[in-house]
Design a protein around this ligand. Structure first.
Ligand code: GLC
Length: 525
């Protein structure tokens, strides 16, 4: 079995994971020192968010040099040492590749500014005399003028000019970058904004330009999900297949239509992609069952394993989402009350659900600690460009990027010497790794146990599932041979089907599964 069909993958948001040099910003030294933590957690692979040289206008998703590590994170030698150490612990390493745009400080963009209109340097980006009506996904227009009166396209921040993928030089450069890192032993790439690289020829207006939104507006629009983008991934897949042992691609596409989404996962394209339909779904039995069915069905047709994702560095943390009245994720909201005890209980149940479903499971750093979203960050400390570009209407994504609490009774909880780049809430001492490791009932203990069982269970990971009959509000399914998962989303405790309990997200009540809880059972076959 190939590892990427089964893996439990831990997302490391490098700036906020662990701080090795005490400057308050996470780095490679910190990550290296915590590899044993990740090994013991029981994950199989890491996805590390961009570590490249960057002015950090978008947390490193604005890359100035794809072959260098930003000094705030460390050095190339340290990255190589990290890959070797991770492999030594049995952990695969997936890195982020950002092909839709560079930083405006990338030598190519600087050369384009200097070279002037009509130059080959400008043809690596999208320069025009007139902007079209496209909105930036971060708010405001997607165009910014330069000194000579031309405008350049940026689907994200103005410091992230979009590359022109119709120019073969662009692909040649990225293929060389992929090889640079493959030769250094990385096991795969997470492709940032994978559906947006190609734009409609001539950059036509978006009909009735939708309000700027970080999320999707459906497929096949001028600025996203163009059919030509698939050619890029076919070529990349061929390139990857030259390498042994097997390497992998995971795509980030906010493409709502499941059929169009699956096109990226055809056998000669990307191996897997983040399942945002599952992430966005309400904590409700019918809605979840629909998303699961649709996911499994569309992935099966292209023989790709599904992925199950609850949170990442772009969305409101799910402990907070699941504690609200409306548990869907449609966009970031900070004005909705949340019952965090309820959210945590549901997050425990959701963790077991996501780990029992067929395919890959993702754990975003801090999920395993049950961290909630942080809303009350001081405005001057916020770094997400979304906050500024929307004039604070959208608080942005800093609240899900607060550094992890490792140990001790007060901030920065073992992260940095004099404080971390974003302040942690004082009450996170209860959520620190140190305090949870000592508590058998903690979220961390649940993740450790469940990931261990997931790895040992032949039924889990890749494969098929079959729904079992269940009452309203209950999800029950079987993973052959002999593994059963039951999730109670109803309001009353329920009786369990036959089987021996393996892991439960909450203690049973008189042998019954309480509401908002999941249990794994073994049934003899
Ligand atoms: C992706 C990343 C996000 C980043 C954006 C622009 O959506 O996940 O963090 O801001 O791309 O690169």
């Amino acid at each position: 079995m190939t590892w990427w069909r089964d893996a439990a993958i831990y997302q490391v948001y490098l700036r906020s994971f662990a701080d090795g040099n005490g400057d308050g910003v996470g780095d490679l030294a910190g990550l290296r020192s915590r590899l044993p933590y990740l090994r013991d957690l029981g994950v199989d692979a890491l996805w590390i968010t961009p570590w490249y040289a960057s002015p950090m206008a978008d947390g490193g998703y604005d890359v100035a040099d794809y072959r260098a590590i930003d000094p705030v994170f460390g050095s190339l030698a340290e990255a190589e040492a990290l890959i070797a150490d991770a492999h030594g612990h049995g952990l695969k390493v997936i890195i982020d590749i950002v092909p839709n745009h560079t930083s405006d400080e990338h030598p190519w963009f600087q050369a384009a500014l200097r070279a002037g209109r009509g130059s080959p340097e400008r043809r690596r980006y999208h320069f025009r005399d007139e902007p079209n009506n496209w909105p930036s996904r971060f708010g405001g227009p997607a165009w910014t003028p330069v000194a000579d009166g031309q405008w350049y396209l940026h689907l994200f921040d103005a410091k992230q000019p979009d590359l022109n993928w119709e120019n073969p030089e662009v692909n040649a450069e990225f293929e060389s970058v992929l090889r640079f890192w493959l030769d250094r032993g990385v096991d795969g790439f997470r492709i940032d904004v994978a559906d947006r690289l190609v734009k409609a020829a001539g950059l036509p207006d978006i009909p009735g330009a939708a309000a700027p939104s970080y999320m999707d507006r459906g497929g096949g629009q001028p600025d996203k999900d163009r059919p030509e983008v698939h050619e890029i991934y076919r070529a990349w897949r061929l390139l990857l297949s030259e390498y042994e042992p097997e390497r992998t691609f995971v795509g980030e596409m906010w493409v709502r239509d499941a059929e169009r989404f699956a096109l990226y996962l055809r056998p000669d394209e990307l191996h897997t992609a983040f399942n945002f339909a599952f992430l966005k779904c309400a904590w409700e039995a019918e809605a979840l069952r629909d998303v699961i069915d649709r996911t499994v069905e569309t992935h099966h047709r292209v023989a790709a394993p599904p992925t199950w994702v609850l949170s990442n560095h772009d969305v409101t943390r799910h402990v907070t989402r699941y504690g609200r009245n409306d548990t869907r994720f449609t966009r970031r909201r900070h004005d909705l009350p949340s019952d965090l005890a309820l959210g945590t209980r549901r997050a425990r149940a959701a963790a077991l659900l996501s780990m029992a479903l067929p395919g890959n499971v993702y754990v975003y750093q801090g999920d395993e600690l049950g961290l909630p979203e942080v809303f009350d960050l001081p405005a001057e400390m916020r770094q997400d460009p979304v906050f500024k570009r929307t004039n604070g209407k959208d608080l942005g994504r800093d609240g899900c990027r607060v550094p992890l609490p490792w140990s001790g009774g007060e901030p920065p909880f073992g992260f940095g010497e004099d404080g971390s780049w974003l302040p942690q809430p004082a009450e996170w001492h209860r959520l620190s790794v140190e305090s949870q490791a000592a508590d058998a009932d903690s979220m961390l203990s649940l993740y450790r146990l469940a990931l261990r069982v997931r790895r040992a269970e032949p039924a889990l990971g890749d494969g098929r599932m079959r729904w079992l009959e269940s009452s309203e509000g209950v999800l029950a399914f079987m993973r052959p041979p002999g593994f059963v998962c039951v999730v109670n989303l109803a309001e009353e405790p329920i009786d369990l089907p036959p089987g021996t309990p393996l892991v439960a997200s909450m203690a049973l009540e008189d042998g019954r599964l309480p509401p908002d809880a999941t249990i794994w059972l073994r049934r003899s076959v």
